[in-house]
Ligand binder design. Structure first.
Ligand SMILES: O=C(O)CC1=CCC(=O)O1
Length: 92
């Protein structure tokens, strides 16, 4: 199943910069791993915002939740998930 996911990163004002840099590096490594495996199909920055839109290809809601809740930046993100169905006019 495909899911459209929007992630808005909310950096707490009192977060330790080095700690947050480590979390960002871990997030990047995990995102690259999931992209290489084909699970994280698209990852786009929303221009002008500390946010992304992504497309995930997973078996079901439970797998998506497990992946999202395991992301290093999960505690600092507001996440909105939209399940996608095939459009009848889509040719690809
Ligand atoms: O910067 C973001 O949008 C949060 C994020 C998701 C994957 C990644 O590497 O950073």
């Amino acid at each position: 199943m495909l899911y459209h996911v929007r992630m808005d990163v909310r950096v707490p004002h009192d977060v330790d910069a080095a700690t947050f840099d480590r979390l960002k590096a871990a997030e990047k490594a995990r995102a690259e791993e999931l992209q290489r495996s084909g699970t994280w199909r698209h990852l786009w920055r929303i221009a002008g915002e500390y946010a992304n839109v992504s497309i995930f290809d997973v078996a079901d809601h439970d797998e998506l939740h497990a992946i999202l809740s395991g992301l290093p930046l999960f505690p600092f993100m507001q996440i909105a998930v939209t399940p996608l169905a095939r459009h009848p006019s889509a040719i690809a």
